[in-house]
Design a protein around this ligand. Structure first.
Ligand code: GDD
Ligand code: MN
Length: 375
């Protein structure tokens, strides 16, 4: 302790307050908003030891370079630039890990989160009364700005789904505007999914002990510059986060997706079988065509759905498909072998059948994730 103080005394310029709070701001093409945001932060955080850490996913509009330019003139402004990476949640996690501050606030870089609420968020956790303080759009004095009825309804629905799935009564668990004490964050850290957009929900659901939450209402502002990144992908990632935080505790979500794709493959198989038989082919020909088609179908769907994060492209698709055929062939052999062995040990035909399918499916999953879509 004493040692820390000595070091700090030597390296801190005399006019620098000890670092009390960091504001972590994930950005993707927010160059038009960065300067205004920093100016607003320096007003509401005046008198505190603060810094802002932008975590920018290498925005083509030059957000990183702009922040760096401002950072040369002010120790309050820092940047983490990520290359070849995407994702709001993971950006926030890395921003929090990049700062020494004991309290971290998270806010969007597009000025939609009202900075007036920031001091209240920080103070609610700094003193220890709460572990997390959440900026809520739904309490008295809060608001969702000028969202149209469609988006408002969707947001309410998603909020409800999150509350039910995670058994939380926080009014706005989807909020991207909150403050948290470092110790509370670190307890949740090893259990985070860090999938998609909803880092607060992730933290609340991942914490091994329930977090004490304070709610601070604020009015969500209209975005004036730049564009929202909400889209089909954000919605899919939200569903995935919820799945990971509920059923994912028992079965990995990736395996579930793989099994869903396999289930669809059965329908593809039957449809092709019927069509080829209908065209007058012998059963053995039709069955072969159906198997080959279903495997290819499973490969492409797994490639863009189950393994979207390791998606094979270009020539690597060819090698991937070949390895998937080989693995599936061995999986079929295992399926038949186990099924036949089981049939000799159990009266019920379907038990043997299911045993074969389960072993074959797990084989296919394990091998294709290790070989076809290896990291
Ligand atoms: N680094 C990084 N990487 N930043 C990202 C990414 C990404 O992949 N995607 C979005 N961002 C940044 C944006 O630049 C912005 O600063 C912030 O994250 C929020 O993105 P928006 O696209 O503006 O989201 P929104 O306004 O539709 O929704 C926001 O507000 C909701 C209500 O609080 C988000 O914070 C939601 O999570 C939140 O529910
Ligand atoms: Mn926004």
């Amino acid at each position: 302790m004493r040692h820390d103080i000595l070091i700090a005394d030597r390296i801190l310029p005399a006019d620098t307050l000890p670092l009390e709070v960091a504001v972590v701001v994930p950005t993707l093409n927010e160059a038009a908003n960065v300067e205004k945001l920093i100016a607003k932060l320096s007003v509401v955080l005046a008198g505190r030891g603060w810094e802002v850490v932008f975590v920018d996913d290498n925005s083509p509009d030059g957000t990183s370079e702009l922040v760096r330019r401002i950072g040369r003139g002010s120790r309050h402004v820092r940047i983490v630039q990520r290359v070849g990476r995407r994702g709001l949640s993971s950006a926030v996690v890395e921003g929090i890990l990049a700062t020494a501050a004991p309290v971290v606030a998270v806010m969007d870089g597009d000025l939609q989160h009202s900075e007036d609420a920031l001091p209240r968020l920080i103070d609610a956790v700094a003193g220890g009364e709460a572990d997390v303080a959440v900026g809520t759009r739904y309490g008295a004095g809060g608001g969702i700005g000028d969202w149209d009825e469609g988006r408002a309804r969707m947001s309410r629905l998603a909020t409800r789904a999150g509350q039910i799935a995670l058994g939380t009564d926080v009014s706005d668990p989807m909020s991207g505007f909150f403050a948290i004490r470092r110790d509370a964050f670190e307890r949740a850290l090893p259990h985070l999914s860090a999938i998609g957009f909803k880092i607060l929900l992730d933290i609340l659901a991942s914490s091994p002990t329930p977090l004490k939450v304070a709610e601070i209402p604020y009015r969500f502002r209209t975005r004036e510059a730049g564009e929202s990144k909400i889209g089909a992908r954000v919605i899919a990632e939200y569903a995935e986060l919820i799945a990971d935080k509920t059923i994912g505790r028992v079965v990995p979500v990736r395996l579930l997706k793989f099994l869903m794709v396999g289930g669809l493959g059965v329908f593809v198989h039957l449809a092709v079988l019927r069509a080829v038989l209908g065209a007058g082919s012998a059963f053995v020909t039709a069955q072969t065509v159906a198997v080959m088609t279903a495997i290819a179908f499973n490969f492409f769907l797994n490639n863009s759905f189950t393994y979207a994060d390791r998606k094979l492209k270009g020539w690597r698709l060819v090698g991937g498909l070949a390895s998937f055929y080989a693995i599936s062939a061995l999986g079929a052999v295992a399926n038949i072998g186990i099924g036949t062995w089981m049939a000799g040990h159990d009266e019920r035909w379907w038990v043997a059948g299911v045993a074969g399918v389960v072993v074959g499916a797990i084989w296919n999953f394990a091998m294709s994730s290790a070989l076809t879509w290896r990291k």
